[in-house]
Each structure stands twice: as structure tokens, then as C-alpha cells.
Design a protein around this ligand. Structure first.
Ligand code: ZN
Length: 204
């Protein structure tokens, strides 16, 4: 084997394990330049600071959201922010430190739609390895059919399955969640759904 070649193969394999990580240039602890390498005893690339010896671990982010229900309709909002500006989605966003998944989902729902929810029931957990995100979705009845446009939404509206603008849904993970929800509505039994959403791979 040529010198350094083995290490190159290891780096390539490690890069595959690093999907979803974002580039870092400087140490957030001391401001020094960071090195991007595989630390001793590990198997994947990390951002390493040789000045303060910090290793900046990056892990998947959790997105929490809801399928808000009013009678046979669900509430969607039209995104007022990039990416996918103008496309329809369920209320969802990043979980904040210091909040439970249910509180985060409730907060995101109110921030994006102004809707207030009753009890939240866990509905789906989807892995999105290619972007380093995990979607954890709840479903809940709205306490009233009241909602409004917010800074984050161009439009908020209730839809039956037939009314949903299927061609204008922002993300595959949202379309998958909606399909599962309406399937369960037909069977009259809500199940908990799991699976992996891959980039651009429609599996429904
Ligand atoms: Zn540092």
C-alpha cells in the first residue's frame, strides 16, 4: 500500500459517516483555527481545536411539529421563509434547549399558525440522515378553528385530504407524514409511524 493511502480510505469512509455535518472554521471556545481530522481512537472526521483541545462534536438536530386537526381537516401553513418559500408545510421547527419535544411542537404550531392544541399524541418519527435531522411529529385536535397568518407563514388554512395541494408540499417528510395521517384516518386508528426519508426518493 502506498504511504498515506490507507489513511485516505479511512478518510473517505469517515466522510460518508459525516453526512449532515456543517463546516466550521474557527473554534467557538477560543477562536483559533480548527483542524478537520479523525481524532485518535475515533472513526469519523471531527472539528478539532489544537489550541484548547476541544473536539466540536456535531450530532443530528431534532425537528418537532404537529398535524393539527379540526374535524376531518388538518392545518397547513405556507412558508414565508427559505428554503421552499411559498410551499405548504405542517407547523414544525427545531427543538430548543430546555424544552420537551411536546412543548416544542406546541410552540412551533402556535408560532407558525396561531393555533392552540389539545392533548398531543406522538404520531411519527422519521430519520433524515442526509440532512442530519430527525423529525418527531405529534398529532392533536385544535381547541377551536382559530388560527392566523404569522411572520413565518404567508397563509394558514384547513384542508381535507382532497383539498391538500399535494404538488406544493415543501418537503418529502411532510408529505409522508400527511399520507400516513390520512391513511390512519380511513382505518379509524392512529398508529405510530417510523422510517427513513432519503433525499429525493419518493417511496409513497
Ligand atoms: Zn479552541
Amino acid at each position: 500500500m502506498q504511504p498515506g493511502k490507507g489513511r485516505g480510505i479511512v478518510r473517505e469512509a469517515a466522510a460518508k459517516l459525516n453526512k449532515g455535518t456543517t463546516g466550521m472554521k474557527y473554534c467557538s471556545n477560543c477562536g483559533a483555527d480548527l483542524d478537520h481530522r479523525i481524532p485518535d481512537g475515533e472513526d469519523r472526521l471531527r472539528y478539532v481545536c489544537d489550541t484548547c483541545d476541544n473536539i466540536h462534536y456535531q450530532n443530528p438536530k431534532m425537528v418537532v411539529g404537529t398535524v393539527p386537526r379540526w374535524e376531518d381537516k388538518i392545518l397547513l401553513c405556507r412558508r414565508a421563509i427559505a428554503p421552499r418559500y411559498g410551499f405548504w408545510t405542517l407547523p414544525a421547527g427545531y427543538l430548543e434547549n430546555g424544552e420537551t419535544t411536546a412543548r416544542g411542537a406546541r410552540r412551533e404550531t402556535f408560532e407558525e399558525t396561531g393555533a392552540r392544541l389539545g392533548e398531543l399524541t406522538p404520531f411519527a418519527l422519521f430519520d433524515m440522515v442526509f440532512v442530519g435531522e430527525i423529525y418527531y411529529m405529534f398529532t392533536a385536535d385544535m381547541v377551536s378553528p382559530e388560527f392566523h397568518v404569522t411572520d413565518e407563514s404567508l397563509e394558514v388554512a384547513l384542508f381535507t385530504e382532497e383539498q391538500i395541494p399535494w404538488g406544493e408540499i415543501a418537503f418529502d417528510v411532510i408529505e409522508k407524514t400527511l399520507r400516513c395521517w390520512f391513511e390512519d384516518l380511513k382505518t379509524g386508528r392512529l398508529r405510530f409511524h417510523t422510517g427513513e426519508i432519503e433525499r429525493g426518493r419518493k417511496f409513497f
